[in-house]
Structure formats: structure tokens, C-alpha cells
Ligand binder design. Structure first.
Ligand SMILES: [Zn+2]
Length: 353
């Protein structure tokens, strides 16, 4: 009897995946982090299982936003070598999730803050380590730089933005706005995103509509020129917004497990992703912070198949939406689509699906 790959994690791992929404700060190689924590004499158990409990949000725990947020720590790294090592090993792990292409997002601030490292030097170290690991793992990679609403005002963001531009790293393809969307609405960042748009070099994705109503997705598109939206689950309540997303190809980067664990969407089996997909809204499957969530992207694919009865063709279609929404020039998108189709053909042949 043919294996139903949708319930077979080993085969689902191998399914080629395009991911647009994953934070490097939330996807780290646990054994490497444990080694760094002990070497730097941080107050963690030398027992790996105990360490895991301390740094992850256990997958069977009740949703709790504050506990979830408390897991994001930035005091692990005490040297450039620490940053290099954690990034390298974390990106090497992507291959076990079947990552074909990823736009990985990170905040230079996160890796630099505790030691007051130079932000741009850290950005270079992160990308150099990650590029090498991605090449070794056979994963295509680009970067989004995350700006945190709560940590900088928009004028500080503009300064950081200009410093990033001066790095002249073409693998940076987009800007992400993250952090507390309730207290820091899009209206507070219009000047920054006007600079980004006028510059025309980077794509823009905004975390919105995760814990706020649909109007914040509207505001992110109208005021901040968002080309993609992080989460956007509240779009399910607004048919007019859905039509706008369809008409303009604004892609929703959705994250089923993350939304459940943070308490932003209580009923995982009724997550909007399935209904939005059936309505033709450009949606994609993403992991967000898989290590903190004690999960991986493959789990989210299996949930999507189980909850929304998706087929292999549906999964391929979702990944094509992700490629279309990637912040790449059209020629690179066409090339990526061709390579992705070839990878899918090889996957089908190997697993006889
Ligand atoms: Zn996110």
C-alpha cells in the first residue's frame, strides 16, 4: 500500500520547502547553545534535557504569550566566535527541515546588545557564517533585517537602515518590522518606511494582524507599503481586505504553531490558513521560532495537511506563492521556480508520490 506522505514525518521532512518567515533568534541549534551557555558560565544545568526545558516553550504547554516571549534571551553570546558558531550550526540544521529556499530574518541588535558589539560587524558575522553553512547544506538563503518596534524609534531605525545600506550586502533583500504591535501601531513608523520605499532596494514585510484587528493589516499596507504581512490572521474577518491581498499579491506569512502557543489563535485546527488558501488569498506556511516552540517547519506542514486536508499539489501551490512573494528580482524568481519544480519532480520520483 502506498504511504500517505502527509502523515509520514520522514518523507514530509524531505519535501522541498520555501520559507519566508523564520527568526534566527528563535531557531538555534540546541546542543551548540548548551555548549556556549556552559562555556560562558551561564546559570543553566549541564543536563541537556533540563537545559531544553529552560530554553524552550514546551509543545504541550498551555498558550501563554508572556512565557513565550520570556524565552527570547540575548545574553548567550560573549564573543564573535559564539555568534559565528550558533549561526553556523543553526543554519546547518535547516536541511533536516527540507528547506529549499529561505528568507531568514534576524536583528543585529539581538546578537550585539549584551556585549555592545558593533551592529554592522555582527550583521556581517551572522551572514558570513550563515552563507557558508547554507552553501555546505545546499540551501538557498537570503536575509531580512528585523527592526523591533519597542526597541527603537523610527529615527534610530533610519540611521540603522543607512548603515545597513552601506554594508553593500546584496543578500539582504528585505526589512521586517516586529515586536509589540498593540502599543506600537504602523502610524509610528511612516517616515522610516517612506525612506525604505523611496530607496526601492529592499522589500517590506510587517508583523500585523497577529494580535490586532484587520485594520492594522490595512494600515501596514496603506501607510508602510507592506508587500508581505507577518501572520495577518485577522484578515479572516475582513472580506474586503482579502480581496485587496489577492488583487495586489500581498502575501500572508502564516505560522500555525506559533499562533497557538502565543495565544493569538486558540483553535489550531480552525486556523485561518486553510480557509484563506481556499479563497485564493496568497498565504504561505512558516515556522516563526521553531526551536523556542519545540517544533519544526515540517510539523507545521503536517498540521496544515491534517487540519485543512491539503494535497501534495496544494503544498506545491503554497510554495509557488512563497516564491512569488520572495523579495527577489523576476529573473531570479523564474530561475527559483524552475529549480523548485525540478526538486519536486525528484521528490515525487524518489518517494513514488
Ligand atoms: Zn515573526
Amino acid at each position: 500500500m502506498a504511504v500517505d506522505f502527509r502523515t509520514n514525518k520522514k518523507i514530509m521532512r524531505a519535501f522541498p520547502k520555501v520559507e519566508l518567515h523564520r527568526h534566527l533568534e528563535g531557531t538555534f541549534a540546541l546542543p551548540t547553545l548548551h555548549r556556549i551557555a556552559l562555556a560562558n558560565k551561564l546559570p543553566y544545568s549541564s543536563d541537556f534535557e533540563e537545559f531544553k526545558k529552560a530554553v524552550q516553550f514546551p509543545r504541550d504547554s498551555e498558550p501563554d504569550f508572556l512565557t513565550f516571549l520570556s524565552k527570547f534571551k540575548n545574553d548567550w553570546y560573549r564573543s564573535h566566535q559564539d555568534v559565528h558558531d550558533i549561526v553556523r550550526d543553526s543554519v546547518l540544521d535547516f536541511v533536516s527541515d527540507g528547506i529549499f529556499f529561505i528568507e531568514l530574518r534576524f536583528s543585529p541588535e539581538h546578537f550585539a546588545l549584551h556585549n555592545n558589539f558593533d551592529r554592522m560587524e555582527i550583521a556581517n558575522i551572522v551572514m558570513d557564517a550563515s552563507n557558508q553553512a547554507a552553501e555546505d547544506a545546499g540551501v538557498l538563503i537570503r536575509y531580512l533585517i528585523t527592526f523591533n518596534r519597542a526597541k527603537q524609534d523610527q529615527y534610530e531605525m533610519i540611521n540603522l537602515y543607512h548603515a545597513l545600506r552601506d554594508l553593500k550586502r546584496p543578500e539582504i533583500v528585505g526589512i521586517d518590522l516586529a515586536g509589540d504591535e498593540t502599543q506600537f501601531p504602523p502610524q509610528q513608523f511612516t517616515e522610516f518606511f517612506k525612506v525604505v520605499r523611496d530607496d526601492g532596494v529592499y522589500g517590506t514585510t510587517i508583523h500585523a494582524g497577529e494580535v490586532t484587528p484587520a485594520h492594522q493589516v490595512w494600515d501596514s499596507i496603506n501607510l508602510l507599503h507592506a508587500q508581505r504581512i507577518g501572520h495577518g490572521t485577522s484578515a479572516i474577518d475582513d472580506a474586503e481586505l482579502q480581496q485587496r491581498l489577492i488583487d495586489e499579491g500581498v502575501v500572508l506569512e502564516q505560522c500555525i504553531t506559533s499562533n497557538y502557543q502565543t495565544g493569538s489563535w486558540a483553535d489550531e485546527k480552525n486556523h485561518p490558513l486553510g480557509r484563506l488558501f481556499r479563497s485564493g488569498v496568497p498565504v504561505t506556511i512558516n515556522s516563526d521560532d521553531p526551536t523556542i516552540q519545540d517544533t519544526d517547519l515540517t510539523d507545521d506542514y503536517m498540521k496544515a495537511c491534517d487540519y485543512f486536508d491539503l494535497t501534495l499539489d496544494d503544498l506545491v501551490a503554497l510554495n509557488m506563492v512563497a516564491i512569488e512573494g520572495a523579495f527577489l528580482p523576476d529573473t531570479e524568481k523564474t530561475d527559483l521556480k524552475n529549480r523548485y519544480n525540478a526538486a519536486i519532480a525528484a521528490f515525487r520520483k524518489k518517494h513514488r508520490i
